[in-house]
Design a protein. Structure first.
Length: 558
């Protein structure tokens, strides 16, 4: 025990020391000027030129007007653009497959969430089928959002960004494709197993180990090409998104393998390991993928580099230093040693460092340009998502304090926070990224721009009702549970209107997802009017010729 305390305290002190060493090295310029790395996502003459393949011609004009009205049309540098086109083409099949699967899982997961939600205020509804009972449909929802929607979308977006950012074609795309198929087999097997009543019984780790095997092999096959591409990169500086993606792809397999290894942990150790995984999967898998996308698309759409490249590196390294020990805050009040909980609370507060580094950087990049959100569908989703990252993280740090957690633990307040993080932040960033990427993958514009707006307003409205309802309901529930004069059943009954509000909000979100999925599949079938301007980096090939010619229009950057 003493040795364990010593080791954990030692790692904490080491993390703080590492932070200071890191800041000092940056101050001495050991990480380079930063400026060169920040602008490498733009080609010559591209700074000041806006880009959003999801925007209509009119929206793009307004966006340019809002950002830099005097900016001349970009002269397409043909060698650069041709290289980027090859990078895009090398990943387009595998990106298209990953994103299609992610959208399919999103729809299924949303219906599972909605059914689970309705059951919490109408417990007698649909009780005839065992697989529809709350104990099964809830983990089906959680695992489908985590490993189906969020992971598949994150991998698809990462797979598209890496060749672009490294200016190199994706190496070994066929391994990634095989990996995607195996991952899907694992999710399908795991979901069917839960529906049939087989579960490992640990939250986030419910899939039986037999279903984990194809996921582990599939995950490794997906990660392999990204690492190979990294080794063959043609750029000198690594843009911050590359740091996040590469680290996430390294951290996640370790977490998933250790946490799912059968017969390794028991009792209190198992609970501790469960939440070591439960929080690290959020902070060291979803968060890096979401931030990597935000760091690329915000500057790209606006046509201006991020506010401070060094701050972005500070955000990345401090996340790496402080995240791995925060999981204990899920067990506050549980039968685990109090020193372990205290360390996790201290680390949770230290998380303010990376969170504010990211928040200041991303918000200062957008500051003064909020009008751009009116015209860019991509930016609307991503900037809102970035704001919700800050909100979820600050809320999370406060929620980790014992005084607050005593009220919120075991209540719906935690579920509201969970959706602020994984939905408000991560899913919104993924929606925006998919809107940007798909026109480039399919070489086809989004057929009906009004459907993008309908998706945005439905999910924003639905999520606002969901989050507000559960935050208030959960807080009152917590206060009632702590009051010795209130019978427990009263603390349950008072939540009913808030749970009904969640079902209304969740139904709107599900409707929004259906609109998104329908639009996505229309895009897949190249349905709707033929408008290719924003979708293409180069003009279509003339009949019988193989050479591509670059578009002299704006919107040709990496
Ligand atoms: C500084 C950053 C953050 C801290 C310190 C933090 C802290 C917390 C705490 C204390 C809980 C509640 C534990 C409990 O009472 O059971 C929690 C739950 C949760 N958080 Fe965060 N959070 C942070 C950021 C995030 C982000 C960015 C996401 C999403 C990407 C997220 C997703 C979740 C989820 C999904 C849960 C529910 C887990 C479960 O019970 O299944 N959090 N977080
Ligand atoms: C992509 C969209 C979504 C994501 C990423 C997501 C994520 C999550 C997460 C991480 C949890 C675990 C929360 C915790 O243990 O604290 C959860 C639980 C839940 N979600 Fe979702 N969710 C999504 C959409 C929805 C929708 C549309 C509904 C519909 C109402 C919904 C209803 C629920 C319910 C009822 C639970 C169980 C809460 C409980 O056990 O008290 N979710 N979701």
């Amino acid at each position: 025990m003493d040795l364990t305390v010593g080791v954990l305290l030692g790692t904490f002190i080491l993390s703080v020391l590492a932070l200071f060493v890191f800041i000092a090295s940056m101050a001495k310029g050991l990480f380079g000027s930063g400026g060169a790395a920040a602008v490498q996502i733009f080609d010559k003459d591209e700074m000041g030129a806006v880009e959003d393949p999801a925007a209509t011609k009119k929206q793009r004009g307004n966006l340019q007007e809002a950002m830099d009205p005097g900016h001349a049309q970009v002269k397409g540098n043909s060698r650069e653009v041709a290289a980027r086109l090859r990078a895009d083409q090398s990943s387009s099949l595998v990106v298209g497959v990953c994103l299609t699967l992610s959208v399919f899982w999103l729809v299924l997961a949303s219906f599972a969430g909605l059914i689970a939600s309705i059951k919490l205020h109408m417990p007698d509804w649909w009780v005839g089928q065992a697989w529809l009972t709350f104990g099964r449909i809830r983990p089906i929802h959680l695992n489908l959002v985590a490993y189906g929607w969020c992971s598949m979308a994150g991998i698809g977006v990462a797979m598209w960004l890496i060749p672009r950012l490294l200016k190199t074609e994706l190496v070994g795309a066929k391994y990634a494709l095989a990996g995607g198929v195996l991952w899907t087999v694992g999710i399908t097997a795991g979901t069917v197993a839960i529906a049939m009543g087989y579960s490992d019984g640990l939250e986030w780790l419910e899939y039986p180990w037999m279903a984990d095997i194809p996921m582990i092999v599939g995950g490794a096959l997906v990660g392999f090409p990204l690492w190979l591409t990294l080794l063959r990169r043609k750029v000198e500086h690594l843009y911050v998104s590359v740091w996040y993606i590469a680290a996430g792809l390294l951290w996640f397999p370790i977490l998933f393998l250790v946490a799912n290894w059968p017969g390794l942990h028991f009792g209190v150790q198992q609970a501790t390991m469960n939440w070591w995984f439960g929080h690290n999967v959020l902070g060291l898998w979803f968060t890096p993928l979401g931030l990597a996308a935000a760091y690329y698309f915000i500057p790209k759409v606006l046509g201006k580099p991020i506010h401070s490249y060094n701050l972005s590196l500070l955000g990345f390294w401090s996340l790496a230093f402080f995240y791995s020990q925060v999981g204990g805050h899920h067990l506050i009040g549980g039968p685990v040693p109090s020193w372990l909980i205290t360390i996790s609370i201290v680390q949770s507060m230290m998380m303010m460092v990376p969170v504010f580094a990211v928040a200041i950087n991303q918000h200062l990049t957008v500051l003064g340009n909020f009008r751009a959100l009116l015209y860019s569908p991509t930016l609307r989703f991503i900037v809102l998502g970035a704001m919700m990252y800050t909100a979820a993280s600050v809320q999370g740090s406060l929620q980790a304090l014992r005084a607050v957690n005593t009220v919120t633990h075991f209540t719906h307040y935690t579920v509201a926070h969970a959706h602020l993080g994984l939905y408000g932040f991560f899913s919104m960033v993924m929606f925006g990224s998919i809107y940007f990427i798909m026109p480039r993958v399919m070489k086809w514009e989004w057929p009906y721009p009004w459907m993008i707006s309908a998706h945005f307003w439905l999910v924003l409205g639905g999520f606002s009702v969901y989050f507000t309802g559960l935050s208030f309901g959960g807080w009152y529930q917590g206060l009632a549970m702590l009051d010795k004069d209130i019978p427990f059943m009263d603390s349950v009954k008072l939540t009913i209107p808030y749970l009904e509000a969640r079902s209304v909000g969740g139904a709107l979100m599900t409707l929004g997802h259906l609109v998104f999925a329908l639009h996505f599949f229309m895009m897949g079938w190249k349905f709707g009017p033929r408008r290719l301007g924003a979708a293409l980096l180069a003009t279509p090939e003339p009949e019988g010729k193989s050479a591509t010619k670059t578009l002299p229009a704006r919107g040709v950057s990496a």
